[in-house]
Ligand binder design. Structure first.
Ligand SMILES: *[C@@H]1O[C@H](CO)[C@@H](O)[C@H](O)[C@H]1NC(C)=O
Ligand SMILES: *[C@@H]1O[C@H](CO)[C@@H](O)[C@H](O)[C@H]1NC(C)=O
Ligand SMILES: *[C@@H]1O[C@H](CO)[C@@H](O)[C@H](O)[C@H]1NC(C)=O
Ligand SMILES: *[C@@H]1O[C@H](CO)[C@@H](O)[C@H](O)[C@H]1NC(C)=O
Ligand SMILES: *[C@@H]1O[C@H](CO)[C@@H](O)[C@H](O)[C@H]1NC(C)=O
Length: 646
């Protein structure tokens, strides 16, 4: 059965390109919507029924016995950074999500990034996707733009539009990095091995410097033949040969200084990773490779979107996501590759993933259950010795976005939408933290029941946190469980601090809270958490050396046995910087960082009403920076309808 699903997926993956190349569709415009959809997928309100409680149900009380020290604990992952859970942003939606150009950056995006950086110490974002293959540099674009979609995709049988970009794209990324600690993966065009168009490498290298993490060479080369980007016979050795051509050409490019950060093979799953490793790829290019990569979607929704392949009914497959088996199954085929990467001293990256190709599923991708799935899957990838995982973000016509920009040209910037996977990213950043020493273990307690998975996290060699999932939905409380954490070789603290990720049901989208805070419902997000943070303190039994933690059905609990950095000090003031255009503003630390920036760089002609009231603000310097962005957002949103709409 698994083989069947995988092969269907492979056949249909060709359609993925067609999803992600489109930009955001304004409300009311319906290009290739899912049947029955009245609004774009990113705002779909489908609510499925939660799966029934199995009979027999999992035990509601179990003990996890954990050594206080990591010494002698077998199966711990490699050290995982707080940047583990990152994002992959399709090139063609950069303008909508990030801003028009290097002097117009979206404020909500900075806030959303800032939340993650505060918790994990940084954030890794990949800019690319299918559109990178045909991207080409142009010195200038109309109306001050940094990126545009070429209208005629002559050279390209799948009609994937070519993206054109200017040097300013890299200033935009660099300017974001100077405000929040974001580092970038870029992709080099790989469609023409006789002319690699290395401008993207040269400008990334020169402008991004240390903020450039790596350069992807080939996106899903195992689908090139099907996409007619290469001959039908194109195989793993052909990819490896093409990679060699690029390495040789790069060596001859005197404008490039960094040549050891290449990333491949980024297979979609049609070829096994082993088919590339078996060519000697890793040894042959050891001095060029910065990381090894794969891409993975567990299933597809291509039938509903394009009428190709097999219909997967969301209600029927919903339970397949609400089980630890989903996470384990997605990672098991990569264990050989992650071991090879470790032996070769290379990080192993999940370069692009999400719940389903062809845009995800209504009622699943964006539900609370989808958040639990994404978090469990992310933690399982870490346990499987991946070094990072990038969750894909498309336009408004996909269901699985961690966040989506405001839908129309309305001139307000608190109308963004946050999707369930964003909460998984936030929790993951807190789980791994900022020390770069966290190691994770799949605990397989409660008789390894798939509905109640648990992980232990060791930091600096000591037990620091326990992560507890409950995938069941039962409003009666009868399937809430109590986990007894029993520590050996050390003492439990007097109390543990617990943060809960909660909602009423695995099906809901609107009531998701992390430690009692929420990003808000659709069209109400400005990128700041709303509500007061609530960390639950649970006393431990220091005689028995145990701590008992309840986990509701459904729910997730992050139990801290150590003192944590005080994230509650990060407040996103609604009064200090605001005036006319709403209650939103940029996170204080972003303003702090931006304070040193010269007005010359950032000032733009503003007709914003709020400019007038800036004069009597005590925080004038801060305020004006915010205001410039606000005006920028207004202009940007006025232009969303240009350029990327298919
Ligand atoms: C950004 O776009 C604006 C408006 O079109 C333009 O005036 C400005 O020069 C552009 N900035 C850059 C750096 O290209
Ligand atoms: C921000 O972008 C401008 C171009 O608009 C550039 O001059 C400036 O150097 C950039 N700042 C950083 C920190 O990259
Ligand atoms: C991850 O790597 C560690 C260290 O090499 C190893 O002990 C562990 O078994 C690996 N985990 C998996 C799931 O392969
Ligand atoms: C964690 O690793 C990142 C990337 O290598 C590095 O920039 C950062 O300084 C490290 N943090 C600590 C606390 O060592
Ligand atoms: C926003 O879109 C509406 C409907 O298409 C249009 O009438 C209006 O002029 C647009 N506003 C701006 C500022 O572009």
């Amino acid at each position: 059965m698994l083989v069947f699903v995988v092969s269907i997926f492979s056949v249909l993956h060709a359609a993925v390109a067609a999803v992600t190349v489109y930009g955001q569709i304004p409300l009311g415009v319906t290009t290739a919507p899912a049947p029955g959809a009245t609004v774009p997928a990113a705002y779909n309100d489908t609510v499925l029924n939660p799966p029934a409680i199995p009979d027999p149900a999992p035990s509601t009380a179990f003990t996890l016995t954990l050594p206080a020290s990591s010494t002698g604990v077998t199966g711990l992952s490699i050290p995982i950074h707080g940047t583990f859970f990152g994002f992959s942003i399709e090139m063609s939606v950069i303008e909508q999500l990030m801003g028009r150009n290097s002097s117009y950056i979206q404020v909500p995006l900075l806030n959303l990034f800032s939340n993650l950086v505060e918790r994990g110490g940084g954030l890794h974002v990949r800019v690319g996707g299918n559109t990178q293959e045909y991207a080409y540099y142009v010195p200038e674009l109309p109306n001050g733009k940094m990126i545009a979609k070429e209208l005629s995709a002559t050279n390209n049988p799948t009609k994937t539009p070519a993206v054109t970009y200017t040097q300013d794209l890299f200033y935009m990324l660099s300017n974001i990095s100077s405000l929040v600690n974001v580092k970038w993966y870029i992709g080099v065009p790989f469609n023409d091995t006789s002319n690699f168009r290395f401008e993207i490498v040269e400008y990334s290298d020169a402008i991004l410097g240390d903020n450039l993490l790596g350069m992807q060479v080939g996106n899903e080369p195992d689908l090139y033949a099907r996409h007619q980007h290469r001959p039908d016979t194109y195989g793993p050795q052909d990819y490896v040969n093409d990679f060699g051509l690029l390495v040789a050409a790069l060596a001859a490019d005197t404008n490039v200084t960094t040549r050891n950060n290449l990333i491949g093979p980024s297979l979609a799953g049609t070829w096994t990773p082993e088919s590339v490793w078996d060519t000697g790829f890793v040894d042959k290019f050891a001095s060029s490779l910065g990381a090894l990569s794969v891409e993975h979607y567990p299933i597809d929704n291509c039938f509903a979107r394009y009428g190709v392949g097999t219909l997967h009914d969301p209600q029927t497959i919903f339970p397949n996501f609400l089980t630890h088996a989903a996470a384990v199954g997605a990672c098991s085929k990569y264990l050989g590759s992650s071991a090879l990467a470790q032996a070769s001293g290379k990080p192993f990256l999940m370069f692009e993933t999400n719940s389903a190709s062809c845009g995800g599923f209504p009622g699943i991708s964006n539900s609370f259950g989808g958040a639990l799935w994404a978090l469990d899957y992310g933690l399982q990838m870490a346990y499987s010795n991946f070094s990072g995982a990038l969750f894909h973000i498309g336009g408004q016509n996909v269901y699985y976005n961690p966040f989506t920009a405001a839908p129309t040209n309305i001139s307000r910037y608190y109308d963004w939408t946050v999707g369930a996977p964003y909460y998984a990213a936030i929790v993951s950043a807190e789980i791994f933290g900022k020390t770069n020493t966290s190691q994770i273990l799949d605990l397989l307690g409660n008789d390894a029941n798939d509905l109640t998975p648990q992980y232990g996290i060791y930091e600096n060699g000591a037990l620091a946190r326990v992560a507890l999932f409950n995938y069941m939905t039962d409003p009666t409380g009868a399937n809430d469980y109590k986990a007894t954490i029993s520590v050996t070789g050390g003492a439990v603290p007097a109390s543990v601090q617990v943060k809960y990720l909660l909602s009423d049901s695995v099906s809901t989208k609107n009531n998701i809270t992390w430690a009692n805070q929420t990003m808000g419902t659709k069209f109400t997000v400005d990128g700041r958490f709303k509500g007061d943070m609530n960390i639950v303190s649970i006393p431990c039994d220091t005689n028995a050396n145990t701590c008992v933690v309840s986990v509701p059905a459904p729910g997730f609990a992050l139990v801290s046995l150590v003192a944590e950095p005080d994230i509650s000090t990060v407040t996103f003031s609604t009064t200090a910087y605001t005036n006319v255009a709403g209650t939103a503003t940029v996170a204080p630390e972003v303003l702090q960082t931006s304070n040193g920036m010269s007005g010359k760089d950032w000032q733009i002609g503003s007709t914003s009403k709020s400019r007038k009231s800036g004069a009597h603000s005590l925080r004038r310097a801060h305020y004006e920076v915010m205001e410039v962005w606000l005006a920028a957002t207004v202009v940007l949103l006025g232009l969303v309808t240009e350029g990327f709409i298919a």
